[in-house]
Design a protein around this ligand. Structure first.
Ligand code: F6R
Length: 610
């Protein structure tokens, strides 16, 4: 989604901003721009398309020591030059960049138009520039004008404002859109994401909702919207830039798929107690009783995280004997969801910033439920607003299509299952120990699957021109079929559907012919014999069958055109293995079709709009 970078210091601001914007490209965007102060005025340079185009447009610009930069993912108005950020007021005195949505922009625009302001763009953001101009004419202080303007605004924002009448300060503010300030030596930066700062400094201050930062070359002060000072200790970022670069792989997505042996280890590290066959998670320690005694779990999430939640439902109902409801966060927030005494709500999000999930979290809190998080990005809004939670520790996920976060979410759901099942005594210590042992073997089993990349690439070669795919699975692997279909469609633009295998005969079977590849996720679990019958039904209609399985019996060999063999494990862990060939299959098909796998069209890494 949109990205923000701001710089004030002694270096070439334009270079710092463009470099920062490049680091934010992974978030997804459709235009980019910078505003730079030099020779007593602000210059705005912006363009639709990639940051590389902005870079060539700004290559000679050297004088500015202060500036702001933005990558925009269109929400109001098409992605063109006029709508790209930064936006300015009537006089060109102020330039502003903004992430989020101003909900009451249309009434504010009418009011400002009546006061004589003239608008150039269709964006909600430009309203803010004029509103600040309006308040500045009364207060002659940029900081005060920003504060007063924000009090008029409904919606979400992460903003940075610069002014040619106060050219040695940047004013930043947030409500609902993340911002952090990088503290340097005689220079300071601000960004919506740590990756844009980390090559300059590791010392950062996170801005919280309804706070303003006044940033000069040598100082940063924080205030709330009522002008009260706020003290906050700086934090030290521990992840490496190396971690967020491609590390020798052609794409971030491939790098992240290959990181899974390591990310699973990270998710489990220090959390398994072998001897007792149970798990422990620091972030849940204080709420273990509440979780154990819950009458029902409700898990809220979107997209891939929602698929992980569905796997969680199977696991928790099977082992912990606890009813689990899984809901799309976007549906939950707009219904009148029934939450009862004894319900525990979980919100699951890789980014921790998905607006629908955040809104669902807030709705659940309003209804009085305890809300716990399963989140990847440390310090993200969802992580901060939940009552307690677990980090999945997958590290920065740059490829827009989620891969390693999905398997880490599954690992953490299994940890929660182990904790709850043992404490509710629905599994014995011995059964718990067997699960722990299998969890510890996952990384080496994932390595074995990754070793089959060439075979999977050959399958991709054969099916890369298919126009449709069907993904079928049963039980705990039905959500894996959904996830396989989502991965394929989002990065290769091939239409794909995921279905419970047995449901196929109730409709989708009409689509099967020799042109339709059907991918079955069929490990040798309790549904294996049933799924063999479903495979037979597809073969009888000349469908091409690709099977992901840990079985290699004669029946399967006769039916499947291709079998990708995965190692055996216990049922509840099998999705962590069975999804990996599907991630690789999508990746190779997309690459062979010439698609931009890391930044698929129309998609954003962190969806901070409704
Ligand atoms: C798919 C994908 C999206 C996200 C969804 C939720 O590959 O990445 O479907 O899973 O937008 O995002 P988070 O987990 O960040 O809340």
């Amino acid at each position: 989604m949109c990205g923000i970078v701001g710089y004030i210091g002694n270096r070439n601001a334009c270079e710092v901003l463009v470099e920062g914007l490049k680091r934010l490209e992974y978030r997804g965007y459709d235009s980019a721009g910078v505003a730079l102060f030099a020779d007593s005025h602000i210059d705005v340079i912006k363009t639709p398309g990639k940051v590389s185009r902005l870079e060539s447009m700004t290559s000679g610009v050297q004088a500015a020591r202060i500036g702001i930069g933005h990558t925009r993912w269109a929400t109001h108005g098409e992605p063109n030059t006029v709508n790209a950020h930064p936006h300015t007021d009537c006089t060109g005195n102020f330039a502003i960049i903004h992430n989020g949505i101003i909900e009451n922009y249309s009434s504010l625009k009418t009011k400002l138009t009546l006061l004589g302001h003239s608008f150039r763009s269709q964006t909600d953001t430009e309203v803010l520039a004029h509103l600040i101009e309006e308040f500045y004419s009364k207060t002659r202080s940029t900081e005060m004008a920003v504060r007063l303007a924000l009090k008029e605004v409904n919606g979400t924002f992460g903003i940075v404002v610069m002014s040619s009448s106060e050219p040695d300060v940047l004013i930043a503010a947030r409500r609902g859109s993340p911002l952090l300030i990088g503290l340097g030596d005689s220079e300071n930066l601000i960004a919506s994401d740590a990756s844009a700062l980390i090559s300059h400094t590791r010392n950062v201050l996170y801005l919280h909702d309804n706070e303003i930062a006044i940033i000069t070359r040598d100082n940063v002060s924080l205030k709330n919207l009522d002008d009260e000072a706020i003290e906050r200790e700086a934090e030290h970022l521990t992840f490496d830039l190396e971690q967020i670069e491609k590390g020798g792989f052609d794409h971030f997505m491939l790098k992240e798929i290959n990181e899974q042996p390591e990310t699973i280890k990270n998710a489990l590290r220090g959390r398994l107690i072998d001897a007792d066959g149970i798990s422990k998670m620091g972030g849940l320690r204080d709420v273990e009783d509440k979780i154990t005694n819950a009458r029902r779990f409700v898990i809220l999430a979107c997209g891939t995280s929602w698929h992980a939640a569905l796997v969680g439902k199977y696991i928790l109902e099977q082992c912990a004997n606890i009813p689990v409801e899984v809901d799309y966060a976007s549906e939950f927030r707009y219904r009148n969801p029934v939450l009862m005494d004894g319900d525990v709500v979980w919100v699951m999000s890789q980014s921790g910033e998905t607006l629908d999930t955040l809104a669902a979290l807030r709705e659940a809190k309003v209804k009085g439920a305890p809300v716990y998080g399963i989140v990847n990005v440390v310090g993200s809004t969802i992580a901060r607003e939940t009552d307690a939670g677990v980090y999945i520790h997958a590290g920065p996920e740059i490829g827009v299509a989620s891969t390693k976060a999905f398997t880490s979410q599954l690992a953490v759901l299994n940890l929660i299952n182990l904790l709850v099942s043992r404490r509710r005594r629905t599994i014995s210590a011995e059964q718990g120990r067997a699960i722990v042992e299998e969890m510890e073997r996952l990384p080496e089993k994932i390595e074995q699957i990754l070793g089959q990349r060439d075979e999977i690439e050959a399958i991709a070669e054969e099916f890369k021109d298919s126009r449709n795919f069907l993904y079928l699975g049963r039980g705990v692997n039905f959500p894996v079929a959904l996830e396989g279909a989502l991965k394929l469609k989002e990065i290769s633009y091939i239409h794909a559907e995921g279905y419970p295998a047995a449901e196929m005969k109730h409709g989708p079977i009409a689509l099967i012919d020799e042109n339709m590849p059907a991918v079955f996720v069929a490990p040798g679990d309790s549904t294996y014999d049933k799924i063999l019958s479903n495979i037979q039904e597809v073969r009888a209609r000349k469908g091409n069958v690709i099977v992901i399985s840990n079985e290699a019996d004669g029946r399967l060999k006769d039916l499947a055109k291709y079998i990708v063999q995965i190692p055996k494990t216990i049922d509840i862990l099998s999705p962590i293995l069975s999804v990996i060939p599907l991630q690789l299959l999508s990746y190779y098909i997309a690459v062979k079709r010439g698609c931009n796998v890391d930044q698929p069209r129309n998609l954003a890494k962190s969806v901070t709009v409704e």
